[in-house]
Design a protein around this ligand. Structure first.
Ligand code: EPZ
Length: 427
């Protein structure tokens, strides 16, 4: 099991290019099944979650290859309709193959994706919506662990989502693209990653309107065609590195940033006193003074403050001069870092009834041996380590590689003293 070592106290300076978006890549990779042809996917991040989705494509009969960050997919022979159970339970985003396999074959067998450390992650919204499209759903396997969905004709329907779920919105779109008739989604998710998968599908010949709004309409077409598509850069990776500068101090230029999709993150970091200049696809961030607290920071569906940036901002606010409150309104257990941050000297009290964390900023954190509980939590502990006095070891850091191509390479390029090490380095 790998770990990451960081020696804190170094100001960050320099330029950094931002990788392609993980949460855009995953639904687009699932969507490549819908076109009985080829997809060329540019700016695709080389991360564990992408490799996992590509492995499933091959299990479904696709052929794939890489050239740098360009992924080639040929799904002409994607005849398999069942996703291996082990593949789904290992990574829940594979549930997006539910919609694309249904759309392609009108049949799919897929395991119930497990929860993870941040929550139970159910898929009731997905199933309730797709059932309305003339799709029969049966639960099979040991203790109903698998879902078998099928239909002779997938029909367009009016879908009202009780919550603007990103995955449920994407799965309905994937199911509807090759269906008969028109599907209307009310209360759709507006995340940039929903827009991205719509852009990919439209480029391949799908008829979709309303992307990025709460009302999306999909008119079924007979087939899609080959497409070359460039993924946007990752707004959460960009936000993570901005939070690193906020915590450690310094002056950094981020290149190829998706500024339009970073509004709420930029606003939050400006509230801590960071000076941030945004031009077309560059962000310059300066952090030279003691950070200011944020009285209340609440996670919300897009365009609100993203839950995927919550852990990173918690690390930053541990160092602010005063008291901040974070309310996590999207996932039920996304305060996994609190005990690790306390080990580093942070003062945080939890009011679990409301998923509220009250952070009393301290002047300095101390390095410690901590554990990465999930992808963003692990990155957030690395941010805390950059600002802490002495050495921090983040154990079990593999989860960070799920979403960041090479976080040590990136942060070292702007002056951080950080490296991958073996577990026993914790000493
Ligand atoms: C996507 O997850 C992202 N993952 C998550 O990023 C992100 O945190 C989340 O959207 C919210 O923005 C990918 O895009 C691969 P949801 P998703 O469906 O689609 C509940 C990361 O770190 N819910 O919008 O699973 C659910 O439990 C990851 O990159 C139901 O109750 O998110 C959660 O509380 C973490 N029933 C809330 O809705 C359902 O059927 C939001 O979930 C579906 C969801």
């Amino acid at each position: 099991m790998s770990s990451i070592e960081v020696i804190g106290g170094k100001q960050l300076k320099g330029e950094l290019n931002i990788q392609g978006s993980k949460n855009a890549a995953l639904p687009v990779i699932a969507a490549t099944i819908l076109n009985k042809g080829t997809t060329v996917l540019k700016n695709c991040p080389k991360i564990l979650d992408v490799y996992h989705m590509v492995k499933i494509l091959k299990e479904l009969g696709c052929s794939t290859s890489w050239d740098g960050n360009t992924l080639y997919v040929d799904s002409r022979n994607a005849v398999v309709t069942a996703v291996p159970e082990e593949s789904v339970t290992k990574m829940r985003s594979s549930i997006l193959f539910l919609g694309s396999l249904l759309g392609r074959h009108k049949e799919v067998t897929i395991a119930y994706p497990g929860g993870c450390s941040i929550g139970k992650r159910p898929i009731d919204y997905h199933l309730k919506a797709i059932k309305k499209m003339n799709v029969t759903q049966e639960f099979i396997g040991d203790n109903d662990s698998m879902i078998h969905c099928y239909s002779d004709r997938i029909l367009g329907a009016e879908i009202f989502l009780e919550f603007p779920s990103v995955g449920a919105t994407q799965n309905v779109i994937l199911t509807a693209v090759l269906s008969e008739g028109t599907t209307r989604i009310f209360n759709a998710a507006r995340e940039p990653e929903v827009i991205e998968v719509c852009n990919y599908l439209i480029a391949a010949g799908a008829k979709i309107s309303g992307k990025g709004t709460a009302f999306i309409e999909i008119e079924g077409v007979k087939q899609l065609h080959d497409v070359e598509f460039q993924l946007s850069s990752d707004r959460i990776v960009a936000g993570t590195y901005m939070a690193a500068v906020a915590a450690a101090g310094g002056d950094v230029v981020l290149l190829n940033t998706p500024n339009l999709h970073l509004e709420s993150t930029v606003r939050a970091l400006r509230r801590t006193g960071c000076v941030i200049e945004t031009t077309e696809n560059r962000i310059v961030i300066h952090s030279r003074q003691r950070l200011l607290p944020i009285d209340v920071l609440k996670t919300q569906p897009y365009p609100g403050f993203p839950t995927d940036m919550q852990s990173q901002l918690m690390s930053v606010l541990c160092l602010a001069e005063g008291e901040s409150t974070i309310i996590e309104d999207i996932f039920e257990s996304r305060f996994q870092n609190v005990n690790d941050l306390r080990k580093m000297g942070a003062i945080i009290t939890l009011d679990n009834k409301q998923n509220k964390a009250i952070i009393t900023g301290v002047r300095e954190l101390q390095g410690a041996v901590v554990d990465a509980h999930d992808l963003r939590g692990g990155a957030a502990l690395l941010i805390a380590g950059l600002a802490a006095k002495g050495k921090t070891i983040i154990c079990d850091s593999t989860s960070i590689e799920r979403g960041y191509e090479d976080i040590c390479r990136d942060l070292s390029a702007i002056g951080a003293q950080t490296r991958y090490c073996s577990e026993n380095a914790a000493g």
